[in-house]
Design a protein. Sequence first.
Length: 442
Amino acid sequence: MATFEQRTLFENDELQPLAARLRPQSLDEFAGQKHLLGEGKVLRRLIESDKVGSMIFWGPPGVGKTTLARIIANMTKANFIDFSAVTSGVKEIKQVMEQAEKSRAFGEKTILFVDEIHRFNKAQQDAFLPFVEKGSIILIGATTENPSFEVNGALLSRCKVFVLKQLSSDDLCGLLRRAVQDKRGFGDRNVEISDELIAVVANFADGDARRALSTLEMAVLNGEADGDKIVVTAEDVEQCTSKKSLLYDKTGEEHYNLISALHKSMRNSDPDAAVYWLARMLEAGEDPLYIARRVARFASEDIGLADPRALEVGVAAYQACHFIGMPECSVHLTQAVVYMSLAPKSNALYTAYEAAKRDALNTLAEPVPLVIRNAPTKLMKELDYGKGYKYAHDFEDKLTDMQCLPDSLAGKEYYRPTTEGVEAKFKTRLEDIKSFKKSQKK
């Protein structure tokens, strides 16, 4: 028996979960993905002009890949077939293709939506190829994995890849407010929930719309009846998220207080305090990717070349948070935060850039020295572009005395290394370089 299903769009069943009842029915209701679906953006134009071709939606769970496929099918008046990549084989694919061929004979389009397309093997993916090529189907695949590695190259070359981004907290807050007000959600049940609690649910969902709506639904079902309304309290949300309701205030001041505490604890080489503030933020529902970005910034701003590996650790922690998410990624952030706390400290890179930035803003009209300009044309060479350039690799010490700063800034020093950690070696190296250049000018 085939494992595909052709069904009517946007079924409205009161027994369905909130996420299903509130499934967007139009692009205007769709949360997030403004880079693709905002006014005038490429995917929106393709959909509205009914020029949709085969495509792959690549993005994390809960960002609307299936929903977007259904909106496309609805707006293009195509037959929509939802196909399972988990339980289907080549036989089922052929059955679907026969059905699509019959529909095409009657002038009807068929959109075949394949969720988790990366789970198909090469033979299964190849079975789609001839039908995609001759237009029997418009294939829309969805995957959480990089399609460059998981989708057959021949099939991928016939599909446009659209990257769907993780939903922001603002996107999710808007979605949750709509769920409270919309009659398809709780609009007829007079639900009272504060903006602070909506923010907690949004942060807990970590970019996943289904998770956000499911959590809200549990909170409302466990809310307290107060006359003709349902009041959702902090305790209700805490029970549904298994988290303490450590709420940020409306102005966001506590949010910045906590990230400041984390940053300054790491700078003060206090791993215990740093881990505590990390835990405070994560258990309050802070986005782990936000913390990971700040830790990566710290790696260069406060450690830099005193320990060049700090940046590697920070970037690796960000990637781990992206791939794994909460609560598992808490240990990766802990590793990064402790590493940053114990690493030798140097702000030499930060001060170097800030000093260079001030000069750059005041000397924007300074010309690039002729000696280091590129000279791809005869005219440029005649104008002395690149004249006197010295290719460092042609010299024994891989060093030259060539001046690379504008004349008005000649001799200016921005990077002043400390003697902390590995940076001491960079300091010695820089002193040797400057000594060599100075000797060449005598």
